[in-house]
Ligand binder design. Structure first.
Ligand SMILES: Nc1ncnc2c1ncn2[C@@H]1O[C@H](COP(=O)(O)OP(=O)(O)OP(=O)(O)O)[C@@H](O)[C@H]1O
Ligand SMILES: [Mg+2]
Length: 322
């Protein structure tokens, strides 16, 4: 036996057949979610999507056997390590996009992209305790990032036109068109909701904070409505104590477009300059002290013009001060 380690994801019959109103319909949905995850994982072969080895059924459980990621979820790693240096966050981002592209190749959208559902593995390490994860050297340690938890994933009927209407996933990560379905105003959404979530994830890796959030004291219904307003308006701000490269700023701007059609494609994202010439681009940094307010009808506005810009990039400079 080699020393490859596996993780067993357990889905219990108790969970599938939990007693609720409208039971058969409810059970069918849970069963379908398990089936979808198994089928999608078996269709995808990418270093950046968790690999499924086999599925074992016992009397009371289904075990989905996955390759083990010794760093756990990126959320767990972020909590232990603190916000990621930009260079490391970009490397993670590149692998997340590569995993999502593999999903898209087989016409699947994830619908629940968040740091809890993205795993990290350090192949040159064995088991890692929390203390190891806190101190791991992000500049030198090799790592692989893998997309996991395809429980909410959904097939697109065609790559371009496939749309879904149901409300699935985590509100904090949701694109405006996805949240609209919660209020019954939406006309559906496409895989571009995953592109939006990638922007939110990238922001979170860089700052350690959620891009859109509401006070935790707010009641659930009010919180949803407040969050919806924020996301719909597209207002996000950047912490003044964190410098950012121009490419990172540009990438965030492009992925957080209100109109899904204006968000980049997977190919465009893969080709973004953020992934090229990292050494040079890292030197060209800016310190932002502004709120980005992307009203759909007005385009990008810079509300507060007290901006600290330390950049040689004339294009960005002129955009900020136009
Ligand atoms: N292959 C793996 N290697 C290491 N840890 C894993 C693996 N798969 C899952 N985990 C851990 O288990 C957590 C839950 O996994 P996953 O998201 O796939 O299940 P879930 O049933 O959707 O649970 P949740 O409702 O918490 O999202 C992950 O956030 C991660 O910490
Ligand atoms: Mg999960």
């Amino acid at each position: 036996m080699d020393d490859v380690k596996y993780a067993g994801k357990v889905t219990s019959n108790d969970w599938i057949y939990e007693t609720r109103r409208g039971e058969p319909e409810y059970w069918r949905k849970r069963m379908l979610s398990l089936c979808r995850e198994i089928i999608f994982l078996s269709m995808i072969d990418s270093p950046n999507v968790v690999k499924m080895e086999e599925v074992i059924k016992t009397k009371s459980n289904y075990y989905t056997v996955l390759d083990f990621c010794n760093g756990g979820s990126l959320q767990n790693f972020l909590n232990l390590h603190g916000r990621f240096p930009e260079r490391f966050a970009i490397k993670c981002l590149q692998q997340i996009i590569s995993g999502c592209s593999a999903l898209y190749e087989v016409n699947v959208m994830h619908r629940d992209l968040k740091l809890d559902n993205i795993l990290i593995n350090f192949p040159q390490q064995d088991l890692l305790a929390e203390a190891d994860l806190r101190t791991i050297d992000l500049d030198t340690e090799p790592f692989v990032v893998k997309i996991a938890d395809l429980g909410y994933a959904r097939e697109l009927t065609t790559k371009v036109e496939g749309r879904a209407t149901s409300f699935k996933g985590s509100p904090l990560m949701m694109a405006p068109e996805q949240l609209s379905t919660y209020w019954g105003r939406g006309s559906g959404y496409s895989h571009k909701i995953d592109v939006w979530a990638i922007g939110v994830i990238f922001y979170q890796m860089l700052t350690g904070m959620f891009m859109f959030c509401v006070d935790s004291q707010t009641k659930r219904k009010d919180a949803m409505s407040e969050l919806y307003k924020k996301i719909k308006k597209g207002t996000w701000s950047w912490p003044t104590d964190i410098t950012i490269s121009l490419n990172t700023f540009d990438f965030l701007n492009k992925t957080m477009q209100h109109d899904p059609l204006l968000r980049p494609t997977w190919t465009e994202m893969r080709q973004h300059p953020i992934f090229k010439d990292t050494e040079a681009s890292m030197l060209n940094r800016i310190r932002l002290d502004i709120v980005f307010d992307q009203e759909p009808e007005d385009g990008l506005l810079f509300k507060d013009r007290q901006i600290f810009v330390n950049t040689k990039d004339p294009a960005l400079y002129s955009r900020l001060y136009q």
